[in-house]
Write a protein that binds this ligand. Structure first.
Ligand code: IPE
Ligand code: IPE
Ligand code: MG
Length: 245
């Protein structure tokens, strides 16, 4: 658990510094449902409703970029019923939210390997990315079949290809960043994990190298825009030094 530090910085900024890019590990859907003796998928459905609310709240909270971890490369280990149920929730979310996101100025993108996802979902992902490409109010990135190590392997393969083709001679950090799924996205300033777990579970290891972290015991289906606002206020009290003195 990381608590606010850097009162001097807070005084300098009036405690109003906002993270431009917030990334969320949305954890605790299963426990939320199990606590109520409901199937885990009920928790996932409720979790998807929360995503909608949080997405809507972000622009007014000064957040320009929101990245959410929806399904990890490790989550395939779950039962077929849960995995298929989650895939259905993702399809429905995209289908039902397409209109609203366009109207609200949300640009939706996905990170993670797509080839393992079913064709219908891949098509929906590509179509909403194209449809919302001109939107600028909020950049929403959804990580599906995402794993940081998997992304690094895919990115290194691309980088090796560019080197072999002579496009790059001596690779830099920027060259590798350009090969990641997040090419062109700013790094997250703040990573939030719900449900009380204090680990990163293979989420954005490259991009979050200098992010601030917040861990909250709240289960994702209970996480409201008010919880987010409180965490953002605390972020404003932090002093980010990036290795400087
Ligand atoms: C997060 O909730 C959603 C996904 C990982 C898809 P969990 O399903 O991990 O919920 P818990 O951790 O079992 O409570
Ligand atoms: C991380 O949650 C992945 C997502 C939120 C999509 P998990 O519940 O899968 O993580 P672990 O297994 O507890 O680390
Ligand atoms: Mg979990």
């Amino acid at each position: 658990m990381v608590f606010a530090r850097g009162a001097a910085n807070a005084a300098a900024t009036g405690g109003t510094t906002r993270p431009r890019h917030v990334a969320i590990i949305m954890d605790g859907n299963g426990r939320w449902a199990t606590e109520r003796s409901w199937p885990r998928l009920v928790g996932h459905r409720r979790g998807a409703e929360r995503v909608k609310q949080i997405v809507r709240a972000c622009p007014d909270l000064g957040v320009d970029w929101l990245t959410v971890y929806a399904f990890s490369t490790e989550n395939w280990k779950r039962s077929a019923e849960e995995v298929l149920g989650l895939m259905k929730i993702f399809r429905r979310y995209i289908e039902r939210e397409a209109e609203g996101m366009s109207a609200e100025g949300v640009r939706m993108r996905f990170i993670g390997g797509r080839e393992r996802l079913d064709r219908k979902l891949q098509d929906l992902m590509a179509s909403i990315e194209a449809r919302t490409a001109g939107n600028t109010r909020l950049n929403l990135t959804v990580a599906i079949n995402y794993g940081g190590r998997d992304e690094l392997v895919r990115a290194s393969t691309r980088l090796a290809q560019k080197i072999a083709e002579g496009q790059i001679v001596k690779p830099t950090e920027a060259d590798l960043a350009d090969c990641m799924d997040t090419a062109g996205h700013p790094d997250p300033d703040l990573v939030i994990r719900t449900s009380g777990e204090t680990r990163t579970s293979n989420f954005l290891p490259w991009q979050a190298a200098y992010a601030e972290y917040e861990f909250t015991p709240t289960l994702w289906p209970d996480f409201t825009p008010a919880h987010l606002a409180t965490i953002l206020d605390r972020y404003g009290l932090r002093e980010r030094r990036f290795g400087g003195a």
